[in-house]
Design a protein around this ligand. Structure first.
Ligand code: GTR
Length: 307
């Protein structure tokens, strides 16, 4: 236990009520309770402590103590995690959980630890799909000429380029206004984020490309982690694992609800008949990635081999 009561500051991009926000709040409460108030994590929602790339850096340096980070913007900092941003890598959310909960997930956690981020548990973020203000996407050519916001990772720029669109990396908080003013025509995300960010009010076409199934971590700054004694570390880790179980459950329950909500608000959701056409466009991205990171080929193969 730390000698004095300590307050931990944690970063979260989502608003109150979002599955991750609920789970993070319960994580914080469990830690405070089990440490008898010696360690008090506090979660700051809505990215008020900075946008995601900045918050990752702040956590690495110990300016922030913890955060719930997506592996997309993690790529520029921890190159191994770029593997997780390869489009259509995972075939289902369940497969992604099996991968991340096993030895492969540990390999990613080790890579993050080298950059001063301690992974305590893995959250899900469903499948991401494209949405836009103009028309449904049914085939890759339907993306031609669309200006689309992507998260901060060059692989997403390559992905959108390969589909004929124009990628604009931008922070999450700027997307709503940019959609509204026509700076961008669309973006890509999962149903709960499309819903909670209000992007659905402007972008009325959501097309289920499901091109990205990407994990998120509950991560602690190495310096904050190392300052804890072993018993406290155990409490924190258990609380983080409980939070992941809860987040995954709330997620599974919430996705359908978000989908219904946006449809009720007038969004046209379409399934994609031929996902193979989108996948085929990604082949050069895989080739180039493996050429520049030959050491990561086995990681890709191991993920694909996980049923
Ligand atoms: C959300 C994800 C966030 C963030 C955001 C974005 O679905 O949970 O961590 O990555 O998307 O698009 O920036």
């Amino acid at each position: 236990m730390p000698a004095q009561a300590e307050d931990w500051r944690g970063w979260n991009v989502h608003p109150d009520g979002y599955p991750n926000s609920v789970a993070l709040k319960d994580f914080a409460d469990e830690v405070s309770e089990k440490t008898d108030g010696e360690l008090n994590p506090k979660v700051y929602n809505n990215a008020v402590l900075g946008d995601q790339p900045d918050a990752i850096e702040q956590t690495r340096s110990g300016a922030l103590d913890f955060g719930n980070f997506n592996m997309g913007p993690m790529g520029p900092i921890v190159p191994e995690t770029d593997v997780l941003s390869l489009p259509f890598l995972f075939t289902s959310v369940d497969q992604m959980y099996r991968v991340m909960d096993g030895d492969i997930g540990q390999r990613f956690a080790d890579a993050l630890a080298k950059k001063d981020l301690i992974v305590l548990s893995w959250f899900g973020s469903g499948a991401r799909s494209f949405y836009n203000t103009d028309h449904p996407i049914e085939k890759p050519d339907d993306l031609k000429g669309l200006k689309l916001r992507v998260m901060n990772n060059d692989l997403y720029v390559q992905m959108v380029d390969a589909l004929g669109g124009n990628a604009t990396p931008m922070s999450y908080g700027e997307v709503f206004q940019s959609l509204k003013t026509g700076v961008i025509d669309g973006a890509e995300n999962n149903f709960p984020s499309f819903d909670s960010s209000n992007h659905y009010e402007v972008a009325k076409y959501f097309s289920e490309t499901e091109h990205l199934i990407i994990p998120e971590c509950l991560c602690v700054a190495a310096s904050s982690w190392n300052a804890l004694d072993e018993d406290t570390q155990k409490i924190v880790r258990t609380a983080a694992e409980n939070a992941a179980t809860e987040q995954r459950k709330l997620w599974a329950e919430g996705v359908e609800k978000s989908r219904e909500d946006v449809e009720a608000a007038g969004v046209k959701v379409n399934e994609i008949d031929d996902k193979a056409a989108f996948q085929k466009r990604m082949e050069p991205i895989y080739q180039a990635f493996i050429e520049s990171h030959p050491d990561m080929k086995s990681l890709i193969d191991d993920i694909r081999a996980t049923q």
